[in-house]
Write a protein that binds this ligand. Structure first.
Ligand SMILES: [Mg+2]
Length: 212
């Protein structure tokens, strides 16, 4: 099974620091201050990123990183975050160059870009590993990225600075519930999968109800 992860606003987010602005002024969370292309940029790792990466690299045979950003930004983020520990474990790291241009669709009448999974599936080296449409999952905060592969997409809410966020923890629970002990797991057959975080909200409410 192949899990493809988006990077910006899925695993991390960032903010350009203004003149004299310090990280402490904009957040009370852990963040790293970096310099990229002569700008001071703070990079924020999503809450539970460490636990999430540990889990997915244990449970998925193949994990990939596919960002729409350019290669130099991806490299900069990896070098400055916990992602560096996994850099050599990703089966591939793809940038915006690998996204596809989509023109004149009903939903997106103007030109847009998306992540077309066929680009992976048609390559012999990945086919030989058993990777195909039945066992590929892509996680992204932008739904248009999987407009050609809705069945394979799991939409995650955009990660914003200074918000309490347990989405990665909930995603671990989703995978545990649906994937573990299920070698034939097919993401395309999971109903309401883009409401997965709401399903957990409902469960929480029910749990609370039972505690009286
Ligand atoms: Mg993103």
């Amino acid at each position: 099974m192949l899990l493809i992860l988006d990077m910006d606003e899925t695993l991390i987010t960032n903010k350009t620091l203004k003149f004299r602005e310090s990280i402490e002024q904009i957040t009370n969370e852990d963040a790293v201050e970096t310099v990229f292309k002569e700008e001071r940029i703070a990079i924020f790792q999503r809450e539970y990123l460490k636990e999430f990466l540990q889990f997915v690299f244990n449970q998925f045979k193949y994990v990939a990183l596919w960002s729409s950003a350019n290669k130099s930004w991806i490299k900069h983020v990896i070098d400055n975050t916990i992602l560096s520990e996994y850099e050599n474990k990703f089966i591939f790291i793809w940038s915006g160059e690998k996204t596809s241009i989509l023109r004149n669709t009903v939903r997106y009448p103007y030109m847009t870009r998306c992540k077309k999974l066929k680009k992976i599936w048609r390559q012999k080296k990945y086919k030989d590993l058993g990777i195909g449409k039945h066992n590929t999952i892509i996680v992204d905060d932008i739904s248009k990225n999987f407009v050609l592969n809705y069945g394979n997409g799991i939409l995650i809410n955009e990660y914003k600075i200074n918000t309490k966020d347990n989405s990665l923890l909930l995603l671990i629970e989703f995978f545990k519930k649906n994937l573990l002990n299920n070698p034939n797991f097919d993401i395309r057959k999971v109903q309401n999968k883009n409401n997965w975080f709401r399903l957990f909200d409902e469960k929480d409410k029910n749990d609370q109800g039972n505690c009286t």
